[in-house]
Design a protein around this ligand. Structure first.
Ligand code: PRP
Ligand code: URA
Length: 214
């Protein structure tokens, strides 16, 4: 389903994604299951988000004869998780495209101002010639995602898709307005933000639940 008829913003409708997100929300779901669910949802979302990956024909010899057959050039894909929580989604996409390169953007949200601060950025070269899939399970105010896309563009990145698992309407609008050229894939659009800029009903702090910290 497109958000407000915007073809660049897709909200997932698959029942498997809905079911797994419900398991993620449950505060009784432990770290191991939480991590597995994040990976599985990332894989299911990527199936949707990567449906326009370019193909190149290669020659293969089947047991019957030689033929030309389409393949994906995974080296042209860069997966870029926003640290920390985005790391949880990487394996799900690598399972589909093992040869994809991985970059990292380190951002944390100041607990008082809720504004993002960068502490790390390393992207595969040459970034301008790759499809970049930026990952973060949570799109809350949108500050972190907007800033991450700014960094990627400053480094020359052009073709960007952003994948998250849960979004608040505020964050989604913010990202769409700041970067109308990128494609955005959302597992579920939640109700809104609380006074601490946490998503309601959300799933709590994604990074802490993936890595068992707090
Ligand atoms: C969380 C989450 C996003 C960000 C979303 O990260 O993983 O990166 O907050 O919030 P925003 O849309 O309001 O910017 P956090 O800063 O808690 O860091 P962590 O992943 O290291 O826990
Ligand atoms: N970051 C999270 O991990 N969860 C939220 O609800 C908001 C920001």
């Amino acid at each position: 389903m497109f958000y407000k008829d915007n073809k660049n913003v897709e909200i997932m409708e698959h029942p498997l994604i809905k079911h797994k997100i419900s398991r993620l929300r449950d505060s009784e779901t432990g770290t191991y299951e939480f991590r597995s669910l994040i990976e599985e949802i990332a894989m299911l979302e990527a199936y949707e988000a990567l449906r326009d990956l370019p193909l190149v024909d290669i020659e293969v010899e089947t047991p019957i004869e030689k033929c030309m057959t389409p393949t994906i050039d995974g080296k042209k894909l860069a997966i870029v998780p926003i640290l920390r929580a985005g790391l949880g989604m990487v394996n799900g996409i690598h399972a589909l495209v093992p040869s994809a390169k991985v970059g990292h953007i380190g951002l944390y949200r100041d607990p008082e101002t809720h504004l993002p601060h960068e502490y790390y950025c390393k992207l595969p070269d040459p970034i301008d010639q790759r499809l970049i899939v930026l990952l973060d399970p949570m799109l809350a105010t949108g500050g972190s995602a907007v800033e991450a896309v700014n960094f990627i563009k400053q480094h020359g990145g052009k073709h960007i898709k952003f994948m998250c698992i849960i979004a608040a309407p505020e964050g989604l609008e913010n990202l769409m307005n700041a970067h109308p050229d990128i494609e955005i894939y959302v597992g579920n659009l939640d109700r809104g933000l609380n006074d601490n800029a946490y998503i309601m009903p959300g799933l709590g702090d994604a990074g802490d639940r993936i890595f068992g910290t707090k």
